[in-house]
Ligand binder design. Structure first.
Ligand SMILES: *[C@@H]1O[C@H](CO)[C@@H](O)[C@H](O)[C@H]1NC(C)=O
Ligand SMILES: *[C@@H]1O[C@H](CO)[C@@H](O)[C@H](O)[C@H]1NC(C)=O
Ligand SMILES: *[C@@H]1O[C@H](CO)[C@@H](O)[C@H](O)[C@H]1NC(C)=O
Length: 371
């Protein structure tokens, strides 16, 4: 089931956004339209459309999809970008000989999966949408959706129904199995996990992590805490991988793995897997205790810090280098999203001041009142 996106109309949140920051958006869009006359096509018909008067007085229909794409057009990293610049000035260098040189666009699906509807949608329907009041779930989902728009990936929000006999997170294997056949990769994130750099495409991360054709799953490990050595460890004392961020690649082992995982609690292939129907960590434990031992070669386990945790976590240095997963302090999902978007919006504004576009900067050589 796809998330119903707001249709055109005065009550959409995008309209509210356009009103609240209307001057800025019109200004930026006018500036961008003037900069790049060619319209960028986008495959999604979703997204609400509004008429905007550009600075040249021309009336154009734009959607948030197009605004986001234009905003990130000059900011996006290439799949083979030599390095990514961190806000503190450090560089994260791409290793030599990257495998993924081209953007994969709609061969990649960004996937959200929830049993609950978005609470912000309720507010929106009442005409009460406000960014400041939305919870981290909407914040995370909006981060994922925006990421898909920026890079031209497909996006789906699957609203799954609850199991009767097992915990809600068991919906993951079947949802992945039902969509992987249409894609080369599915990138799944929990709502409390988000892309740290919206401008860095997943192809770049696939290169950075050296994901090979045989890898069906990419997941980051959970932290290992010497004070609680068993907490995130399986019965062989191996640390679990976290299912809050998964890259699933469509290859010959993917469906068998997803099926084995989904059917694990039936205890046919794996005795005692049903013990994970309800207790923590549910499907994550089942994957760690059983599935990975049959398919080890096809799983790329990343260090925790690559795609799990968040700044300030000390154990296992899990600081979310590329994907942040806020096990606690979940509201920071929104902060990270806001920082990304503000960076994108203020860059063209900064450009205006740097280049004195439209003569906004006026030299006052003599501090005297002219007659
Ligand atoms: C910048 O931050 C990263 C963590 O995000 C850290 O690994 C790196 O050492 C920092 N660099 C500097 C120059 O502080
Ligand atoms: C479990 O693994 C950790 C390292 O991850 C190690 O320090 C510890 O000694 C191991 N415990 C046992 C009982 O083998
Ligand atoms: C299954 O779990 C029970 C306890 O939950 C244990 O006594 C039994 O040995 C387990 N069987 C296997 C095959 O691991």
């Amino acid at each position: 089931m796809m998330m119903k996106l707001p249709s055109a109309g005065g009550r959409s949140p995008l309209f509210a956004l356009a009103v609240s920051s209307g001057v800025v958006l019109v200004f930026i869009f006018g500036f961008m339209a003037w900069q790049r006359p060619s319209r960028i096509p986008f495959p999604h018909s979703a997204g609400s459309t509004h008429s905007v008067i550009t600075s040249t007085g021309e009336r154009v229909d734009i959607s948030i999809n197009e605004i986001i794409r234009l905003l990130y057009d000059g900011l996006k990293a290439a799949p083979t970008e030599p390095f990514i610049r961190e806000p503190n000035g450090s560089h994260i260098e791409l290793p030599s000989r990257p495998r993924y040189k081209k953007k994969m666009g709609s061969d990649i699906l960004i996937l959200d999966l929830e049993t609950r509807p978005l609470q912000s949608t309720e507010d929106f329907k009442k005409g009460e949408y406000d960014w400041r009041n939305i919870n981290h779930v909407s914040g995370g989902v909006f981060n994922h959706y925006t990421y898909a728009l920026i890079h031209g990936y497909d996006y789906k929000f699957i609203h799954a129904h609850e199991f009767e006999d097992r915990h809600a997170t068991w919906i993951k294997p079947s949802a992945l199995a039902n969509h992987i056949k249409d894609y080369k990769f599915i990138v799944f994130l929990d709502a409390d996990a988000a892309f740290r750099f919206l401008h860095v495409p997943i192809e770049w991360m696939l290169n950075y992590w050296d994901i090979k054709p045989q890898h069906s799953f990419v997941m980051a490990k959970d932290p290992w805490d010497p004070k609680e050595p068993q907490y995130n460890s399986d019965r062989f004392n191996r640390t679990y991988t976290n299912t809050g961020f998964m890259i699933v690649q469509n290859n010959e082992n993917t469906m068998p793995m997803l099926k084995a995982w989904h059917e694990c609690p039936e205890d046919t292939r794996y005795a005692n897997c049903s013990q994970w129907k309800q207790p923590k960590f549910h499907e994550q434990s089942a994957f760690g205790e059983y599935i990975r031992y049959d398919y080890d070669k096809y799983i790329k386990e990343l260090d925790c810090g690559e795609a799990n945790g968040f700044p300030g976590v000390e154990i296992s240095n899990c600081q979310g280098k590329f994907v942040r997963h806020y096990w606690f302090e979940k509201h920071n999902v929104k902060t990270d999203f806001r920082e990304n978007i503000m960076n994108a919006i203020t860059l063209p504004i900064q450009k205006i001041f740097a280049e004195n576009k439209g003569g906004v900067i006026i030299e006052q050589k003599q501090n005297a009142i002219h007659a």
